[in-house]
Design a binder for this molecule. Sequence first.
Ligand code: IPE
Ligand code: IPE
Ligand code: MG
Length: 267
Amino acid sequence: MKAKENLDKQTQIIADRLEGGSMPRHIAIIMDGNGRWAKKRSLPRSAGHYEGVASVRKATELCSDLGVGFLTLYAFSTENWNRPKEEVDTLMTLIGMAIERETPDLVRNNVHLNLIGDLDRMPEDARNRLFRCRKATEDCDGLTLTLCLSYSARWEITEAARQLARQAADGLIDIEKISESDISSRLSTSTMPDPDLLIRTGGETRLSNYLLWQAAYAELYFTDTLWPDFGKEQLADAIADYQHRERRFGRTSDQVAAQAAPPDGHS
Ligand code: IPE
Ligand code: IPE
Ligand code: MG
């Protein structure tokens, strides 16, 4: 975490509130509800997407300030290509413009941009802007901000299966020895720990093809708050909720407590 005296007042209060609890190493977010946010205000859906960019900035800043290692955002799914062309075009333009505008701040905050998904499907202009930002932040070693673009978990798992099959056919791997880590290491998230906390805004309680493999043991947090209304306080609420969860990974509560307790004589 950044030194407290370098944090703004709001973030200091949040840091104090969360101090003492365990901080998720990796937070993944399904940023949903932009369209409904706009509709409530009789605005075009694009206005919700524009407003959603501000929430991305807030979440990135807070995670960076709190020392969260990885923030992974679902920005555009494989299935989102099925939206009206006009909305898709607006989203692509917005993503490219926003990432370019935010690049200096990302560098200043030592945030490293990572991109996952079928980026070949992205329009060239947006892709170039994203690649330029990734290049500009490649030496940053603070928060890793991953944008999932033209991403879906089934696409990613299928790609991994194809790679494994190719290597098996070429005699490079023994089919009988294929392990879970052989699959994990072929996913686009191979360099990251699995998400500890997975948040979905916008009131739906589904995963919509997001990180299906990696979220096997993520703590899920669903909120009705629409993404453009999801600010630092709301993210802090989600982290505080996470801090009260008992992560058992299949074991019993007693086993977890025994492991957490300090050894005899060291209380
Ligand atoms: C999330 O908001 C943004 C993207 C999926 C790109 P939506 O656009 O899905 O907003 P709702 O769900 O229609 O309110
Ligand atoms: C999920 O939101 C995808 C992203 C947030 C990028 P959607 O709004 O596309 O999900 P569904 O269609 O309601 O499941
Ligand atoms: Mg939606």
